[in-house]
Design a protein around this ligand. Structure first.
Ligand SMILES: CC(=O)N[C@H]1[C@@H](OP(=O)(O)OP(=O)(O)OC[C@H]2O[C@@H](n3ccc(=O)[nH]c3=O)[C@H](O)[C@@H]2O)O[C@H](CO)[C@@H](O)[C@@H]1O
Ligand SMILES: C=C(OP(=O)(O)O)C(=O)O
Length: 434
């Protein structure tokens, strides 16, 4: 288990480029299984989850070539079915959440797939009902193999269907879309997730020959086609990284320019930070955050205390609530952070409380933060990162704190943030990996 040692109290300054979006690239790589032709993907981040998925694709028999610093091509002319039956495959799948999205493309193109419990953050229950029900609606059979603790999925002829999803699941929608593109006839998915990740996936599939309408809405219509072709695709900048950098700048009183953010795909993210009083300016496609001595949390128009809550897109992504929470600890004023989707994502606040933050954890979903207005600095601490976004939030806390902090289990951060210490040290941070 690697750790970061952080010397707090240093401001940052300069330009930072967000990496490609982790949650988009996981979908896109899985989708390359839908064609025997070559698919080239640009702006792939060099992060643990993605590298694990690329290795998994290679082990499955996909021809993967590195074409440039962040460009890979994938050609799934053949897939090694013996490997898919192996314990090794199932073990690898259980190390990352994104592996669940292999099911849709495998069933659609080859008529069979296997799935064990996928990995990812341990942030509460993460059910797969939406995936299973949706893919079953298209005609696939799921059989549970008790001995191996896996589902074996098979389909002879997938048939398009109407479905109303029980929730707007991001990976669930991606999986169903990837199954439906090769099913016979028309599929309608209502209450579909519509994050930029899904929009990007649908646009790429259309370039491959799929017929998807309703992109960016929660009503997708898919006319099945017989086969798909190769294409080129560029991953969007990671909106969660963009938000993390906005919060980091405010918390460490830094002046940062976040470059090439793809503003039109950030949705409500910049405004959510503005509600905490953080000033920022859009300059072309960059976001400039000036150094700020203070930022004051807004109240609602009726004067009541601000609530920041997650919601399915175009609502606020749950993946930024940990960062917003940590940033609020040094704001002026109070805010209720309401994490509606996940039930174990707020427990990391104990560590912030140890560092001197004023937070009341009301229940597993809600925390009230009373900001210090920079009047009292957090104290450096010794902590373990429980999940990827708590990890980056703790890193931000440590960078703003007095003294030295240690964060253990930083593999959680490495899952989704590329060379984070190198990029932040170049701006003035003092972070050492040990
Ligand atoms: C690899 C990947 O892409 N992971 C992302 C994906 O995970 P993932 O696709 O696994 O998450 P889902 O969208 O399925 O659901 C996330 C959680 O929210 C709950 N839920 C979801 C929709 C809804 O309308 N109501 C509701 O309560 C679900 O029960 C679940 O507990 O989307 C999550 C929600 O944006 C993000 O946190 C993850 O980073
Ligand atoms: C929860 C996340 O990732 P995963 O779904 O891969 O666990 C995340 O990216 O914040």
């Amino acid at each position: 288990m690697a750790s970061f040692v952080i010397e707090g109290g240093h401001s940052l300054s300069g330009d930072i480029y967000p990496q490609g979006a982790k949650n988009e690239v996981l979908q896109i790589i899985c989708a390359t299984l839908l064609t025997a032709e070559e698919v080239t993907v640009h702006n792939i981040p060099d992060i643990l989850d993605v590298n694990n998925l690329i290795q998994l694709m290679r082990d499955m028999g996909v021809n993967v070539s590195k074409k440039g610093i962040d460009t890979y091509s994938f050609q799934a002319a053949n897939v090694d079915f013996a490997y898919l039956e192996s314990d090794e495959f199932l073990k690898r799948c259980s190390s990352l959440r994104g592996s669940v999205m292999l099911v849709g493309p495998m069933v659609a193109r080859f008529g069979k797939a296997m799935i064990s419990k996928p990995g990812g953050d341990k942030i509460g229950r993460r059910r797969l009902d939406t995936h299973f029900i949706g893919i079953r609606n298209l005609g696939a059979d799921f059989v549970y193999n008790e001995r191996r603790e896996v589902y074996e999925i098979s389909a002879r002829q997938l048939q398009g269907s109407y479905m109303l999803l029980d929730e707007a699941s991001v990976t669930g929608t991606a999986n169903i879309v990837m199954t439906a593109v090769l099913a016979k006839g028309k599929t309608t998915i209502y209450n579909a997730a519509c994050e930029p990740y899904i929009q990007q996936l649908c646009r790429m599939l259309n370039r491959m020959g799929a017929k998807i309408e309703g992109i960016a809405s929660n009503l997708l219509t898919i006319e099945g086609v017989d086969e798909l072709h190769g294409t080129d695709h560029t991953i969007l900048p990671d909106m969660i990284e963009v938000g993390s950098f906005i919060g980091m700048a405010a918390m460490t009183k830094s002046e940062l320019t976040i470059k090439n953010v793809s503003h039109e795909n950030l949705g409500i993210i910049p405004d959510s930070f503005r509600r905490l009083g953080i000033k920022m300016e859009q300059r072309g496609d960059d976001i400039h955050v000036p150094a700020q001595d203070t930022y004051q949390i807004e109240s609602f128009i009726d004067g009541s205390i601000m609530t920041i809550a997650d919601a399915p897109w175009p609502g606020l992504t749950p993946d930024l609530l940990s960062v917003l929470l940590v940033v609020a600890t040094q704001a002026k004023g109070s805010v209720l952070i309401h994490q509606k989707m996940f039930e174990s994502r707020l427990f990391f606040v104990d560590k912030l409380i140890d560092m001197g933050a004023q937070i009341i954890l009301c229940d597993p979903h809600r925390a009230v933060v009373i900001g210090h207005n920079h009047g009292f600095k957090l104290r450096g601490g010794n902590m373990t990162s429980p999940d990827i976004r708590a990890g980056i939030a703790l890193l931000i806390a440590a960078m703003s704190a007095d003294g030295i902090s240690r964060i253990h289990n930083i593999e959680q951060i490495d899952r989704g943030y590329q060379n984070i210490e190198g990029r932040l040290n170049a701006l003035g941070a003092r972070i050492t990996r040990i």
